[in-house]
Design a protein around this ligand. Structure first.
Ligand SMILES: Nc1ncnc2c1ncn2[C@@H]1O[C@H](COP(=O)(O)OP(=O)(O)OP(=O)(O)O)[C@@H](O)[C@H]1O
Length: 759
């Protein structure tokens, strides 16, 4: 049936054109308001003086209104071509009439009578669309639970302001909109999915801001997408409480952050802090060292020439520095630093005990315990100063009184004025004055002299001392590291000598640095989204929770894709113990349905995890979308390259594919494949750690950089037994590579296909 034959076509077309007209009206008003307010705020900014708090308040109010008007203008401009994507019809139990709610990316209100034409997708009633089924239903609103009858869920395809499709659905999973969305070809960035958010995704998106969430989601389950929509939702639901710059996204690399973050403006989200773990570390530890490339060790493990002994030691080093045992080492060391931070002496004022070491320690260790070491010092200073004022006054008084008593004694001794009496008096007053002067002078410098004895060592220096100082190393590290201690020390000292830290050193060094100096750069962060969280170590998780103790977290990852197993977490229980202590395992949310790829690809990739006996409850379940069979071809290398080149050209011409990835196990193989493909495909690009931006098109890349990405067609040129053996790391790299394919997947091998996939 053509759209114009739909029984509601006329009515729907009319609603659309009315909405578009109103949108244009509102847009004009908002544009004018934004421009007027911009002038006003600029003017106020010039006039504001330090002594007028009213000026300041006016400026703040003006800026807030300006920000609202500018954001609304942008939001309305973004939906000019498609102001809504769905409608729900709902009759509240208490009401006679069924209401219609059109849902869009931003609300649209009729100018004259303020009627709500389009409801923002984040509004409570929209839950009915995402989670409700036709029939009796309910949703949570600020005023309480609203119950009623959901009689329609309708989806629209609106293109360039014209109605192109209408379909009524029950659950959102069955809908054509989602299918159309998933069948579309990839672009060079992640998409927004407000029209097709699934029930289980919706629950995560709308979870309470003040509760930490851990999400285990299979490859393509929408973890990253959900995380970004969650930020958009929280900004809407907690407007006034939290703003964009109160969020921080931690992602695995800049390349990935650029790829995902382009979706934020589409969702009306700006100013969210984004960082890799290494950049976050730099902000805390400073710039006086290099960070070893985070894939350095992985590359050694993947190099065929690497010696097993070397691999074993390197893994052990990473494993130890990421472990609970090393957390204990660093905590004990921190305690030691804390106890020995103050000079081991009390304070004397004019030769008299003023404050004992114990009293000073008590202030430092107990009274200001909630502060980092350095911030305790000014507080202690204030406390000592106040005590000093009292003590000085008491001592002055004591001196005066003593002087008075001595004066009376002199008078008794010499009842009449005589040279001896005058001399004795003079000596008495001179001594008193000298003592008072001394008291004055000492009280001025006492605190400064004492504080000057406190070392100015940075957290990073303290961390290094753990290895450079024999005594510290033997006291703290050696007992925990055992036989492996000497290797660990030599290895780390070698890095320190080269002014380099490994990823494994960053979390402990940050923990110490923040305990010593505090966290000025990250003040204001209230919520942290950690994506690809399976690759973080226990120590990284522990440190983040310790130093960002006022934040809540959304932690998302897939343990099947944990390619840094030698340092990263092995299960979510470890993370849960830190972030959700006392809660049950069911508090880890599981997303199993995979939306990215086809049933054929998910099934084949799933074989790997079965063969590696990975936890079956993390298995990806494909969304009902069939595609091409996965292609396996036994070819020599030259023929493989020729086949890939030909297939890419065909895919582009015949299928309209726009993104292609040739994924190799490691960087060396990727470089080889790139050189070979360049002749056939001049636009091919080789992706390495140094690329910050992904432009789409044809890419050749190592498996570990493919994480989080997706491509229309994926090619694996060396899917053979010699590249991917029955080993967890090989299996995970292969799994990551295969699950990047949206539509087509090709595997090539020369002798034998990898046992991870063999029939
Ligand atoms: N509800 C949805 N509607 C439409 N598309 C969706 C939906 N959920 C996920 N997708 C699509 O599925 C693909 C995978 O999403 P995303 O990259 O967020 O998954 P992920 O769980 O982070 O995957 P991975 O762990 O493999 O990186 C994206 O193209 C995304 O747009």
């Amino acid at each position: 049936m053509s759209i114009s034959q739909h029984p509601d076509y006329a009515e729907e077309t009319q609603y659309l054109s009315h909405t578009l007209q109103e949108l244009e009206k509102t847009l004009k008003i908002m544009q004018k308001r934004a421009s007027d307010l911009s002038v006003e705020v600029h003017e106020k900014n010039r006039q504001v003086t330090n002594d007028s708090s009213q000026d300041y308040i006016d400026l703040m109010v003006g800026s807030a209104l300006l920000s609202y008007a500018s954001n609304k203008t942008e939001a309305l401009e973004a939906v000019r071509q498609a102001p809504y994507f769905a409608r729900i019809d709902f009759r509240e139990d208490k009401k006679q009439e069924t209401e219609r709610f059109y849902l869009g990316k931003t609300s649209i209100i009729e100018e004259e009578d303020q009627k709500l034409l389009v409801v923002d997708w984040r509004a409570p009633v929209a839950n009915l669309y995402y989670e409700g089924r036709i029939g009796e239903n309910h949703y949570k609103a600020p005023q309480g639970e609203i119950t009623g009858e959901l009689s329609r869920k309708r989806q629209y395809v609106i293109s360039s302001g014209a109605l192109a499709g209408i379909s009524d659905v029950d659950i959102v999973t069955d809908d054509e909109l989602l299918n159309a969305c998933l069948e579309a070809n990839a672009t060079n960035r992640l998409k927004e999915i407000v029209g097709t958010i699934q029930g289980e995704q919706n629950q995560i998106i709308r979870s309470d801001l003040w509760k930490t969430l851990i999400v285990q989601g299979s490859a393509g389950a929408g973890k990253t997408t959900v995380a970004l929509h969650r930020i958009a939702y929280l900004l809407y639901a907690y407007a006034g409480t939290i703003a964009g710059d109160n969020f921080m996204i931690l992602g695995p690399n800049q390349f990935f952050l650029n790829y995902i973050s382009a979706v934020l403006p589409d969702l009306g989200v700006g100013e969210v802090k984004q960082s890799t773990f290494e950049d976050f570390a730099r902000a805390i530890l400073g710039k006086k060292f290099k960070i070893q490339d985070i894939h350095h060790k992985l590359r050694i493990f993947l190099r065929s020439k690497s010696k097993p002994e070397e691999i074993r030691w390197l893994k052990q080093e990473s494993y130890f520095k990421s472990s609970q045992a090393f957390i204990h080492v660093c905590d004990a060391y921190l305690k030691h630093l804390e106890s020995n931070y103050l000079p081991k002496e009390g304070l004397l004022l004019a030769g008299q005990p003023f404050m004992s070491y114990k009293q000073l320690q008590d202030l430092f260790l107990h009274s200001y315990r909630h502060l980092c070491f350095e911030k305790r010092i000014p507080e202690m200073k204030k406390n000592i100063q106040s005590k000093l004022r009292t003590q000085k006054a008491a001592m002055q008084k004591g001196l005066e009184e003593k002087c008075e008593r001595l004066r009376e004694k002199i008078i008794m001794q010499y009842p009449n004025d005589c040279p001896q009496r005058r001399e004795a008096m003079k000596a008495l007053y001179d001594k008193r004055d000298a003592l008072l002067r001394n008291l004055e002078a000492e009280s001025k410098t006492l605190i400064a002299k004492y504080l000057a004895k406190i070392p100015k060592t940075t957290g990073l220096e303290y961390y290094k001392q753990l290895y450079t100082d024999d005594q510290l190393f033997d006291q703290f590290v050696r007992p925990a590291a055992g036989d492996f201690a000497d290797y660990l020390r030599q290895y780390t000292l070698e890095h320190i000598r080269r002014q380099t830290l490994e990823l494994e050193d960053l979390a402990p060094a940050m923990l110490i640095a923040v305990s010593v100096k505090g966290l000025s750069k990250s003040e204001g962060i209230r919520h942290v989204v950690i994506d690809e969280a399976q690759d973080l170590s226990l120590f990284q998780f522990y440190m983040l929770k310790r130093i960002l103790s006022n934040c809540t977290f959304t932690i998302l990852g897939d343990l099947y894709q944990g390619i840094h197993g030698y340092r990263s977490i092995q299960n979510w229980d470890e993370v849960q113990r830190i972030y959700l202590p006392g809660e049950s395992a069911s508090d880890v949310k599981i997303l199993q349905k995979s939306y990215r790829t086809t049933i054929e690809v998910v099934d084949k990739a799933g074989l790997i995890m079965e063969r590696l006996h990975m936890n079956p409850s993390y298995k990806a379940i494909p969304f009902l979308r069939h595609g091409d069979e996965v292609v396996y071809q036994k070819l020599d290398y030259r023929s493989t390259i020729a086949a890939i080149g030909q297939s890419i050209l065909q895919g582009r011409a015949e299928r309209g594919y726009v993104t292609f990835a040739v994924i190799c196990k490691n960087q060396e193989d990727a470089a080889t494949a790139y050189q070979s493909l360049k002749e056939q495909l001049p636009n091919v690009q080789l992706i390495s750690e140094d690329n910050a931006v992904y432009d789409g098109g044809i890419s050749v890349l190592p498996s570990y950089l493919a994480k989080g990405m997706e491509f229309d067609a994926v090619y694996l040129p060396w899917a053979d037994a010699s590249h991917y053996g029955m080993d967890a790391l090989d299996g995970k790299l292969l799994y990551v590579s295969m699950t990047r394919a949206l539509h087509s997947l090709y595997l090539y091998y020369e002798d034998e296909i990898t046992p991870l996939l063999a029939c």
